[in-house]
Design a protein around this ligand. Structure first.
Ligand code: GLU
Length: 313
């Protein structure tokens, strides 16, 4: 089947670490609109690798999506149940000689990266700090010694300073040198980038819509797709939502969850109208249901700037 004949599949992939706030719901709305606009399926995946399944949170998040009319296809997938898939992908990278054990603690990475003249082949910090390559060329004896000291290693990708380009429908191209990212943490849990890439491929995802805080990580995911022979989905990164103080939206900003908004007397149509207004698809005060937002959806007219939520009444 050619790409154009392939059915579009979109997804929303929250972490069940807390309630969804208006920023998360706005991303979900855009992801749902993008999938439905393309006549495609819309999946929901719980990214609970680090939290483990959190049933209450999951139930609440799914209820929020349903209350807004963002219907989904298929069963919810939980990353905490998919370790075998991640291990299989990691095994393939290990077999291709593309990995190495890393015994560094976060502190050691921070210190080594901060040292003057530390070799730094990366163009941005990874979530565990810019990795200066300390363990890249350890001898077998070094590795054995560290293991004997009782240090459990993480597994890193030998990225070989590859330059990778990612494409985003809104943001264009981003070319970065990819760092030696972690594939499996020292506690045995697959790292986020690996899990996302494996899941998107296994779920047949063709479009990834998510917050633009993940845009600079996208080249890493594209590299993993290339090394694993997996297709690269289309990316659309949505600008973040900020609180009145200019910081990323959070609970402390007040009425930021759907339950908070309902407690103010708002209905789903008010919240969807607000989100659609923030996206430039509705006028202030307009009330819309999900189908009406979908009619107005235009993937090429997303705002360029973050949206600052004004404190609710
Ligand atoms: N789980 C991530 C988040 O909640 C989203 C990851 C993705 O969409 O690729 O921000």
């Amino acid at each position: 089947m050619t790409d154009s004949a392939r059915r579009a599949v979109g997804r929303f992939a929250p972490s069940p670490s807390g309630s969804l706030h208006l920023g998360n719901l706005r991303t979900a709305l855009v992801a749902w609109c993008a999938a439905r606009h393309a006549g495609g399926a819309f999946l929901v995946r719980m990214e609970d690798l680090t939290t483990g399944a959190v049933a209450d949170r999951e139930t609440e998040q799914l209820a929020d999506l349903a209350a807004l009319g963002l219907d989904r296809d298929g069963e919810v997938v939980r990353q905490s149940e998919r370790r075998a898939h991640y291990d299989a992908a990691i095994d393939r990278l290990v077999d291709s000689g593309r990995t190495y054990d890393c015994f560094c603690s976060r502190r050691e990475i921070r210190e080594a990266a901060a040292a003057p003249h530390a070799p730094s082949p990366v163009s941005e910090a990874s979530e565990d700090g810019t990795y200066p390559g300390t363990c890249r060329d350890l001898s077998n004896a070094d590795r054995a010694r560290r293991r004997a000291e009782g240090r459990a290693p993480a597994l890193r990708l030998r990225a070989d300073h590859m330059v990778v380009t990612a494409h985003d429908r809104r943001l264009g191209e981003l070319e970065l040198v990819v760092d030696d990212l972690v594939l499996r943490r020292a506690d045995g849990v697959a790292a986020y980038h690996l899990a996302v890439v494996v899941d998107d491929a296994l779920q047949g995802v063709t479009q990834v819509v998510r917050g633009d805080d993940l845009w600079t990580s996208t080249p890493r995911q594209v590299l993993l797709q290339q090394l694993l022979g997996l297709p690269t989905p289309e990316y659309l990164h949505v600008p973040l939502v900020l609180g009145p103080d200019g910081a990323r939206l959070a609970k402390r900003h007040g009425s930021v969850t759907l339950a908070d908004r309902f407690a103010l007397g708002e209905r789903a149509e008010d919240v969807l109208g607000l989100l659609a207004t923030s996206l430039g698809w509705a006028g202030p005060g307009e009330r819309l249901d999900a189908a009406q937002v979908l009619e107005r959806f235009d993937p090429d007219s997303l705002p360029r700037e973050p949206w600052t939520l004004v404190a609710p009444r």
